[in-house]
Design a protein around this ligand. Structure first.
Ligand code: UDP
Length: 469
């Protein structure tokens, strides 16, 4: 059945202290307003995953909500393999990128409804009239009709979408429409994601955010970065005994729970300039496309540049992710030795979340250039995380990435995600022009400070609930 992710409070005051005076006062007043609004109510968040962007958002926002004295909770839906296959299919199709080509018909709908109903049965006595429920993504919106019947206030928070809907996305919307129609409000990451049948009056557009104080984003000194990455075996150096070697030899698999698992290429040499993409192993992140771009553009890049593809350790039941990772590893095997010796694939263990986040943080701070070569992206937290760290970023101009990067001002955009040459040219430019790269990085950090931190995000939720309750 549904399981609960425990959320410990994290001091709102510490976040407020990061803000300028005006923002701080606004934020503190917002927290007070939320406390009053939500007194005696529970605020449930229901998601289908505790990882990826949604997991990241809930893990960073809910501790502040709890510190405001609000009874915020987080449930994760439990389902069988078929349920998650349907959920992933809906996800890809709403991104206008059907990956498995499978159906979304009556049979899938029946299974989807059955699994969600079973999940709800197990928390029946808990979610009651007057409670607020935020349903995250297509996988959970099917709960809306029953929750409404119980008198809960229901918000559907959809983190995905496409700027160019087609016949295939219409299919997914048709699948979800009866459920979405029961939500009191729908929150989207971009205005362009609104399906035709939804009245603009029920839609609110709210961008995601990054938490400047989390393990993923907090300041790390260069020495700390070096230490973290070397200890984890991601960077060659004084690696502890048992960590993968630094000979760039065959794939090493080390079951060190707090370290990284180099799946190919061994650790990145300490004097290399690192080109980095951090992503889930999902087709839409196009890790293999980046590998091909690096291979094809190899001669246009300086000799000290190494590519690192870093993703989460693949869960045993996640065959889709395992297949994407296997693709990358197979491609790596087929690279010419010169390219292979400068290409690395790593999985970051999830057993210790704090540690995982710290490693992502350290990698992003250590990277010379960060790439996000997504084919579609609802928002792209990895981009916001990279911008926050003042890194020069090259990303494809898809979905929410366009809301974060103004091309040539705080990063570089590649218009066409299939333009491998354009991608490499942008990377090469940033490596060749460090002053330009630094200028982009400074603007990047400012951009995130102004628009994409947790305080703005939380305040928008307070405004939304203010209008609903
Ligand atoms: N992430 C992580 N560890 C990893 C790989 C990814 O913590 O090994 C995080 C990443 O830092 C980001 C989130 O997963 O916070 C991914 O969010 P994004 O919006 O970029 O994409 P999504 O996974 O939601 O499609």
């Amino acid at each position: 059945g549904m399981w609960t992710v425990d959320v410990d409070p994290s001091p709102l005051a510490a976040l407020a202290a990061q803000l300028d005076d005006v923002a701080e006062r606004r934020f503190t007043a917002g927290a007070e307003r939320a406390r009053t609004l939500l007194a005696g109510r529970r605020v449930w968040n229901v998601s289908a995953t505790a990882t990826g962007g949604v997991g990241e958002l809930l893990r960073t926002l809910l501790p502040y909500v709890r510190d405001a004295g609000i009874d915020a909770r987080w449930l994760v839906v439990d389902g069988d393999e078929q349920f998650f296959r349907i959920a992933t299919r809906l996800h890809h199709v709403l991104h206008a990128h059907p990956v498995d080509g499978g159906p979304l018909g009556a049979e899938e709908m029946a299974h989807y409804d059955r699994v969600l109903a079973r999940n709800l049965d197990e928390v029946r006595e808990n979610i009651t009239a007057g409670d607020v429920v935020l349903l995250h993504d297509p996988a959970t919106v099917g709960l809306a009709p029953e929750l409404r019947r119980r008198g809960a206030v229901v918000v559907w928070r959809c983190h995905i979408g496409t700027d160019a809907p087609d016949g295939v996305t219409d299919l997914a919307w048709a699948f979800l429409e009866p459920s979405i129609a029961q939500a009191d409000r729908v929150v989207l990451s971009r205005a362009t994601y609104r399906p035709g049948f939804l009245d603009a009056a029920v839609v609110r557009v709210i961008s995601p955010s990054v938490d400047p104080l989390s393990a993923k984003n907090r300041m790390l000194e260069p020495a700390e970065v070096e230490q973290l990455l070397q200890d984890a075996g991601l960077l060659a150096g004084d690696a502890p005994a048992g960590a993968p070697g630094d000979d760039g030899g065959p794939p090493v698999s080390a079951d060190v729970p707090t370290g990284a698992t180099m799946r190919a290429g061994g650790p990145v040499p300490v004097n290399a300039r690192m080109l980095l993409q951090v992503s889930r192993w999902d087709r839409l992140k196009d890790m293999s496309g980046l590998l091909i771009a690096f291979d094809e553009g190899f001669d246009d890049l300086p000799e000290d540049v190494h590519l690192l593809l870093a993703g989460e350790e693949v869960a045993p039941h996640d065959s889709a992710a395992a297949a994407i990772l296997a693709d990358c590893l197979q491609m790596w095997e087929g690279l010419e030795p010169a390219v292979r010796s400068r290409t690395h694939v790593a999985c970051l263990p999830l057993v210790d979340r704090e540690r995982n986040a710290l490693l992502v943080n350290a990698l992003q701070r250590r990277a010379a250039v960060i790439v996000q070569k997504s084919l579609a992206e609802g928002f792209g937290l990895t981009v916001a995380e990279a911008l926050w760290k003042g890194r020069p970023v090259v990303a494809t101009a898809v979905g929410g990435i366009q809301d974060q990067i103004a091309d040539g001002t705080n990063g570089l955009l590649v218009k066409d995600p299939t333009d491998l040459h354009g991608l490499v040219a942008a990377v090469a430019r940033l490596l060749a022009e460090p002053a330009f790269a630094e200028q982009l990085g400074l603007a990047a950090h400012d951009r995130v400070r102004r628009d994409f931190l947790s305080d703005r995000h939380l305040l928008q939720y307070v405004d939304l609930l203010d209008e609903l309750l």
